[in-house]
Ligand binder design. Structure first.
Ligand code: ZN
Length: 424
């Protein structure tokens, strides 16, 4: 309870309140309420009271586009949520202010005056011990080097726990989703990126620098597509939504290029033939060359005819038509083109499914999990990937790690990190 007359920040904490729940040194220097943004005024959506919200955690999920906030019960239920665009063109202070603004609105909407702490899920890499972000590849420079945990704790006068979004998601699935009741599992998310987390003996593995579990950068195709991390052939460079779109387009362009070269080769050969045929003075030469030239022309004409037919079908393929619209290809475009039978889209999706399945075999061999939970928008859109990966693990993983039905879909959908941040 806040004493009358004390300065109060947007989280209902007294600025002079003991810092027993605070984690970082910075959070102990309370009295920063003057820097806090005012909570957005809003009508309560529910009749939830402070008592209803007892033990609730304020959670934040910072992605490439949005900062989402929620108040989450100890059972993992989201009571209320809000969101703000990630201020990508402003500095780190604007990110912190936007986090507080979004969380303040969520809290005000249900009249929740106290929070146990704040849990933050953010695209990695991040040091969970300090809450400092490194250089997240999917959010531009705005988050690079940001001391997020310290800044939030100082402003909110609350304990703040920050971790990679996949670690938060794994905790969410462990408490409320597909990994309930397991102490050993691997979480994989396939979305705009590919990431993961590993829990062994009931504990997330973090490694020396807190970045263990970045399994999206396992190389599954030597010399494959270039990944954002700089290497080639990472799972992320093959199976993420943007990677699938790039590969489908590359497949189409390669096919078109091959046809164009074949067409040019045919035209050049025909020009040579006409020149030879038109030279009466070289009739004897033509007669001698006839066998050498005519045969290739004959075979190339035949080849061109069949390829021209193929070219014609490709220029009118669903994928080619989408590309002619001039807008960037999306994963959804590829899905729709594959459903319409486009061979390039089908090949790109097949490569993605194979990469995920191969990664699951590696995960089974390396960590011997009870389950491999696969989530993320791309994976959930392709439920057949789950069965394919499960079959491959059963067939190729080492005995006895090759458990039947080991690969299962995630349950919490888009909210997984927002919920899981409550359990950091
Ligand atoms: Zn990579």
């Amino acid at each position: 309870m806040v004493a009358q007359g004390e300065p109060v920040n947007t989280f209902g904490q007294s600025a002079g309140q003991p810092a027993e729940a605070q984690r970082s040194d910075a959070s102990k220097s309370a009295g920063q309420s003057a820097e806090l943004p005012a909570a957005a005024p809003s009508s309560p959506l529910t009749s939830a009271t402070d008592a209803d919200a007892s033990g609730c955690v304020g959670t934040l999920d910072i992605g490439g586009t949005w900062i989402r906030a929620a108040v989450v019960t100890p059972a993992g239920e989201i009571l209320v949520r809000s969101r703000r665009p990630l201020p990508t063109s402003e500095g780190g202070r604007a990110v912190v202010d936007t986090c507080l603004d979004a969380l303040g609105e969520a809290r005000m909407r249900i009249g929740c005056h106290t929070l146990e702490r704040i849990g933050v899920s953010v695209t990695g890499p991040v040091d969970p011990r300090t809450g400092k972000l490194f250089t997240p590849p999917n959010t531009g420079p705005v988050l690079a080097g940001l001391e997020l945990g310290e800044a939030l704790s100082r402003a909110a006068c609350l304990e703040v726990r920050v971790d990679r979004d996949t670690n938060a998601a794994a905790l969410g699935e462990h408490r409320c989703g597909s990994a309930r009741g397991t102490a050993n599992f691997v979480f994989i998310t396939v979305s705009t990126g590919v990431g993961g987390a590993v829990m062994l003996d009931g504990r997330l593995i973090r490694g020396a620098d807190g970045v263990a579990g970045e399994i999206g950068h396992i190389c599954v195709e030597r010399g494959g597509p270039r990944c954002g991390c700089g290497r080639r052939g990472c799972v992320e460079a093959i199976a993420s939504g943007p990677s699938i779109a790039r590969r489908a387009e590359a497949e189409l362009r390669a096919a078109e290029g091959a046809e164009l070269r074949a067409a040019e080769g045919f035209a050049q050969t025909r020009a040579v033939t006409k020149s030879v045929e038109g030279s009466t003075a070289a009739a004897s030469v033509a007669a001698r060359a006839g066998e050498a030239v005519a045969a290739p022309i004959s075979s190339q004409t035949s080849s061109f005819s069949s390829q021209a037919s193929s070219f014609s079908s490709q220029t009118s393929s669903p994928l080619a038509e989408r590309l002619r619209s001039g807008r960037p290809l999306t994963g959804k475009d590829v899905d729709e083109c594959a459903a319409a039978g486009d061979p390039h889209a089908i090949r790109a999706l097949d490569a993605a499914a194979a990469a995920v399945a191969g990664m699951c075999v590696d995960m089974a061999n390396v960590f011997n999990p009870e389950r491999i939970v696969v989530g993320g928008s791309v994976a959930i859109t392709h439920p057949d990937w789950i069965a394919r990966a499960s079959e491959l693990v059963a067939r190729e993983a080492l005995v006895p790690a090759n458990r039947e039905g080991i690969v299962v879909p995630a349950e919490l959908g888009d909210d997984v990190s927002l919920v899981g941040a409550a359990f950091l």
